[in-house]
Design a protein around this ligand. Structure first.
Ligand code: RIB
Length: 279
């Protein structure tokens, strides 16, 4: 019989399909869905709140069995009026720190701390951060952890040392002038895409990484191993995130009344070639 009684579909919304981080997340979602005979319908919202609510509405119209929302812009109001009202199980992950019965987190505070400690251990004191202007809660948390650890060495980031730019390769590239103007010995880019764009910009200005400036990324996407220099990064267990988010959601679909389930995963430093001791 080719037609199943229940469609067993999951809706999955991510912020940006162009970022390999979310490709890896979806790989995890697919693997866990396959095992449990669900099929994911995946959409990228291009960081656009309108697109995001469009896909959300369409997924709900098509009566998906549950939703994984890793994109940021869904409001608590939409959660109340669309998801809760329609009784659709959902899970908010990564960029979405909003309220949900089951939740799934990667420790961003710890990630920021590990990042700062790595740069301090290499002797860096002149440090800048590159990140979006209106960070999602997980990114704000990452910055908080970073600041906390710098503070233990008596360093505080001034306003000009937190450089605002979109969290993309182009955003990193476009931040180059503002970074160089601060004369840092090290940069913490809030994600790897930003780091890769920035390294390109630095290279075009004749600055070599890590000799003239160290650059540390975040996410540990597969590209990190293939660029020159290989990118040092903070590893997020993103395939596991996709798998576990899916498993939590499917458990909830099968058992609506069970108590809330929580998962909190740690991150680790992947030291490669883009960070080195201060000159
Ligand atoms: O690269 C995408 C970034 O945004 C990741 O660091 C992830 O945690 C998300 O919030």
């Amino acid at each position: 019989n080719l037609i199943m009684k229940s469609a067993q579909t999951l809706g999955v919304l991510v912020p940006n399909l162009g970022n390999p981080f979310f490709g890896m997340f979806i790989r995890g979602v697919q693997a866990a869905s396959r095992e449990q005979h669900f099929i994911p319908l995946v959409f990228g919202a291009d960081h656009d709140p309108k697109l995001e609510s469009y896909y959300l509405q369409e997924l709900i119209k098509r009566a998906v069995d549950g939703l994984i929302i890793a994109s940021a812009s869904i409001t608590s109001e939409a959660i109340e009026t669309i998801l809760k009202k329609n009784g659709i199980p959902y899970l908010l992950v990564d960029q979405n720190g909003g309220p949900s019965l089951d939740w799934f987190r990667v420790d961003d505070r710890q990630g920021g701390q590990v990042a700062a400690q790595h740069l301090l251990d290499l002797g860096h004191r002149q440090i800048v951060v590159v990140m979006p202007d209106h960070p999602t809660p997980n990114l704000a948390e990452r910055l908080t952890g970073f600041r906390q650890t710098l503070a233990t060495a008596g360093i505080s980031l001034e306003t000009d040392q937190v450089i605002a730019t979109p969290m993309t390769k182009l955003g990193g590239y476009q931040a180059t002038a503002a970074v160089v103007a601060q004369h840092p010995s090290a940069v913490f880019a809030i994600n790897d895409e930003t780091a890769l764009g920035l390294i390109r910009g630095l290279h075009e200005r004749g600055l070599s990484v890590p000799h003239d400036m160290s650059v540390l990324g975040y996410d540990d996407i597969d590209l990190d191993e293939y660029v020159v220099p290989k990118l040092s990064s903070i590893h997020q267990p993103v395939v596991t995130m996709g798998e576990q988010a899916t498993t939590l959601l499917i458990n909830r679909i099968h058992n609506r009344r069970q108590p809330g389930q929580n998962v909190n995963l740690p991150v680790t430093l992947r030291r490669r070639e883009s960070t080195a001791p201060v000159n």
